[in-house]
Design a protein around this ligand. Structure first.
Ligand code: GAR
Length: 194
């Protein structure tokens, strides 16, 4: 049977992309990485895509053209690569989904949504806010994407404790270990339901 074709959207280091490639190599994930799409030309994720032999595209965000035009360009590229599923893995731009893509775009976020999500909450900023709030638990969430930041139905969450002597890096490390399990599991679940 044909493997599901998955587009990965990135804005940064592409650690999740690397993790997905490792899970594929170990046989835990039966997908084809059909496209890595970045909104920035100079990110490490694109170097990883090249090393992994995955086609890539850069779709820059043009503020004057706005979110609708940006989203059209993003999904035109994804459709040109005949993708079945789209995964936001450290992608930091808002996108609006064409109707045909509702239920086929998922995002991973490094907190237990709805806590510590929305505009301005990304990467280490999330973990800093968790520590400042004195939370004793955090984690990660994989959810379906709608037209807002970090909203949309939750697929799964994984939880970790926050220890008294944690700094941002310690929380980030612990959460990312869970992201490495959560994202492949969520992809498997969504594909099984498609
Ligand atoms: C991951 O921790 C992901 O959960 C987070 O960015 C990190 C990956 O970025 N995503 C968000 O914060 C989305 N709101 P990287 O690939 O640049 O390391």
């Amino acid at each position: 049977m044909k493997r599901p074709r998955v587009a990965i959207l990135v804005s940064g280091t592409g650690r999740s992309l690397e993790n997905l490639a490792e899970r594929m190599a170990s046989g835990e994930l039966d997908i084809e990485l059909a496209l890595v799409l970045s909104d920035r030309p100079d990110v490490q994720a694109l170097e990883r895509a090249e090393r992994l032999g995955i086609p890539s595209a850069v779709v820059p965000y043009d503020k004057s053209a706005g979110v609708a035009a940006f989203s059209r360009n993003v999904f035109d590229a994804i459709d040109a690569h005949a993708c079945d599923l789209c995964v936001l893995a450290g992608f930091l731009r808002l996108i609006h989904l064409p109707d045909a893509w509702i239920g086929r775009v998922i995002n991973i976020h490094p907190s237990l949504l709805p806590a510590f999500g929305g505009t301005g909450f990304y990467g280490d900023r999330v973990h800093r806010a968790v520590l400042e709030a004195g939370a004793t638990e955090t984690g990660c969430t994989v959810h379906f994407v709608d037209n807002e930041y970090d909203s949309g139905p939750i697929i799964l969450q994984r939880r970790v404790p926050v220890e008294a002597d944690d700094d941002v890096q310690a929380v980030a490390r612990r959460v990312f270990e869970e992201e490495k399990v959560a994202l492949p599991e969520a992809i498997r679940r969504v594909l099984a339901g498609m």
